[in-house]
Design a protein around this ligand. Sequence first.
Ligand SMILES: [Zn+2]
Length: 159
Amino acid sequence: MYCESRVAHVYFGDVEHIRPKAQDKYPELEFEWSNHGYCCARCNNAKKDQFDNDYPLIDPYSEDPNTHLLAFGSLLMHKAGSERGALTISTVDLNRPELIEQRSIRINELRNAIDACYRTSSNAVREMLLSALNQESEADKEFSMFAAALIAANQLELG
Ligand SMILES: [Zn+2]
């Protein structure tokens, strides 16, 4: 829910308590579905029991992260003036070196696919490649925010 990494193929993933379940925080929300998220251990460990009711972390289940965050190359940035975006990035450590490396690999794969779209002289092949690219920016895909930004920056017309 935070870093957009694929976690299920290497382990089961963590149940994130958006509002911490610690006794001095929100123990009554420990089993509340709307307080649960699916996240990786690295994000869960970075976040720990941090939560500020006045500046809650961006919750991708109930709001659009694009309102607060933007993909800039392989870096995640907060939009100008979004304190919650800035807080989410620092609290969950969303520009840790391993993430930047994985995003770069993903971006390079997508760039190759974009180049292939431009290179082909076949309209049918171009349509097929553009359709495949379009799917890479869907929310269930790894680093979809970065894929969407790259596709938008290249002004590809997607059907
Ligand atoms: Zn994560």
